[in-house]
Write a protein that binds this ligand. Sequence first.
Ligand SMILES: Cc1cc2nc3c(=O)[nH]c(=O)nc-3n(C[C@H](O)[C@H](O)[C@H](O)COP(=O)(O)O)c2cc1C
Length: 328
Amino acid sequence: MKKTVSVAPMMDCTDKHEIYFLSLISKNIHLYSEMIVANAIIRGDRDKLLSFKKISNPVTLQVGGSNPDELAEACKISEDYGYKEINLNLGCPSKKVQKNKFGACLIKEPDLVAECINSMVNACKIPVTAKTRIGFDDTEEFDYLNNFIHKMRDAGSKTFILHARKAILTGLSPKQNLNIPKLNYKMVYDVKKENPNLEIIINGGITKVEEINNHLNFCDGVMIGRSIYQNPYSLIEIEKEIFKTKNSPTSEQVVEKLLEYADREVKLGTKINHIMRHTVGLYHGQVGSKEWKRYLSDNMMARDSDFQKAKHIMTIVQNNEKAIQANS
Ligand SMILES: Cc1cc2nc3c(=O)[nH]c(=O)nc-3n(C[C@H](O)[C@H](O)[C@H](O)COP(=O)(O)O)c2cc1C
């Protein structure tokens, strides 16, 4: 499976509504769910947690956990929901996640991680991948990372997403952990050089098409998180420049389709603000951005917003579209 560019898993951001919204803008981008804890998949409302509207983009489910049996069970349950692969989270440094012994603290336990991956691989037919940091606390060494990857490879995984900064497991908040440890892209390139047969995806601080193109000279793919969440329409440029797509949808076409989806979802009990909140950045950096945000906050973002309030939305979008055309 060729990934090239993917949108990172982000808790409270990349839910099924965001996945559908992004698929309307880009047909080729690889999408990831937010992390779902293995135990929740086993004991929770599976359909609510795992189902998503079928789209042509590849979608990966990200799971969190460190119990090999639970992870295996979660993989067995999830594989029939239409995901192309299952990814194990080994990169989240939050205290809550560490307390439950999953996420970035597992970088310290390569043998346990290998056992988890082995059980996952044996439990399902779709590929199992891992997303990790390049180190932790005082450890940022090529040999440590390379050995960790070899253990996971021997356990049955061939694809690794490397967030190119180490995790500081004590003393930094998750937000600080996304900015303070220095990015070290070279370490990721070196992993690819040393392991040409593994698929290595680079992540962390990437925002521009030129940067994507440069990383693709050294790695198999690029994963982008915050900048796409904040500016989802930037996917249009990625479609054009990286995937060489000629016809891109206008924001009017995107919103029109999203409203059809929202209409169906609201009838099934979804709150309209759970869908529309993901569109706040639709006009990021363009004319009409302020009006759009104000419109959403006045009409769609309150807990009790109802779909009726969406009736003027196409007028706003059409006006924005005209203003953007006139400005370009
Ligand atoms: C709000 C938020 C939530 C995140 N949740 C997850 C998650 O569930 N699983 C995960 O592996 N990483 C998570 N991350 C990390 C991102 O996947 C990504 O590695 C990180 O943001 C660096 O990429 P970027 O610089 O392109 O944003 C999260 C990041 C943010 C900002």
